[in-house]
Design a protein around this ligand. Sequence first.
Ligand code: ATP
Ligand code: MG
Ligand code: MG
Length: 349
Amino acid sequence: GSVIGILGGGQLGRMLSVAAARLGYRCHIYEPAANPPAGDVACRVTTASYDDATALTEFAGAVDVVTYEFENIPTEALDLLEALRSIRPCRPALAISQDRIAEKDFLNGLGLATAPYARVESRADLDVALKTIGTPAILKTTRLGYDGKGQARIMAPDQAEAALAAMQGAAAVLEGFVSFSHEVSVIAARGLDGSVACFDPGENVHEAGILRRTTVPARLSPAQRSDAVLIAARILNALDYVGVLGVELFVTPAGLLVNEIAPRVHNSGHWTQNGCAVDQFEQHIRAITGWPLGDGSRHSDVVMENLIGDDIAKIPAIAGERHAALHLYGKPEARPGRKMGHVNRVTPR
Ligand code: ATP
Ligand code: MG
Ligand code: MG
């Protein structure tokens, strides 16, 4: 049987490994941190840093295809791996999603709408950007942000200095604050043969910058729903993408704006585990191994709730609920803001 190499050993790598095992594949995780959540279920784990050329070379030699569960993999590591094995999804998708400005330039180049944005590397840049974009606005580091980290809101110009200080010297992007009615995401997949399949859009609620809940069906008109799916398909085709992609969208009266894309399985797609015959994890494994894409049509309504930090206290009660599927990540310690698991509450359609 073939071996799938996964860069990153978090919960996404764990659930990818479970899905791969169901299809008869073995997974080999590459992760710098000790005892990663994916390590419990994968067949092999390499614990080494991304600048360890020997470990990377050995990893590539031991796997048939390389994929990843997070986007911030150092370029040098990817260069080394790519010389030895196929990386799916492809490098350009990673490069674009690693940099919020490259991402927005790419999206606008495809004719897709985003928030107005401007590069900020100095106080002078920020003053100019605030003049054109106005307030409220959000300053974000261009790289390495997740779960709302590396962001500062600017409600009025007198908050500019503090927001800039919060970037800690990193390059940033100022985004106009989008007054959206709600947020949705499309989890989409593209196969090696170029076929595209999208899961039904989910509606997302964030708390303190972290995804709290995803609900399907989302509140969308039929026209908005097809717009959302067409946006995702356009991105997949433009990148000649292979695998699963998450597209975060703001719903506004003027239409859908793209917030960001994630070139991987996505937290807002966890509902598919209990709402579809083939979930996002299996879909990703199918895509990168050249299988036909699976049936991702939705057979149930689902509310996915993340279990974050102290939410683990709710687990005994949830375990006794009807129509509730628990997915726990096996993390030893519940720290504030740490995703410990999720629950899918299911209602057949
Ligand atoms: P993720 O964990 O999804 O990768 P992230 O750290 O990359 O998060 P964003 O998705 O950019 O951060 O922002 C997190 C949340 O903050 C968004 O889902 C949205 O609720 C809010 N937000 C971000 N940008 C804007 C904006 N320009 N206007 C209004 N709200 C925004
Ligand atoms: Mg992000
Ligand atoms: Mg986001």
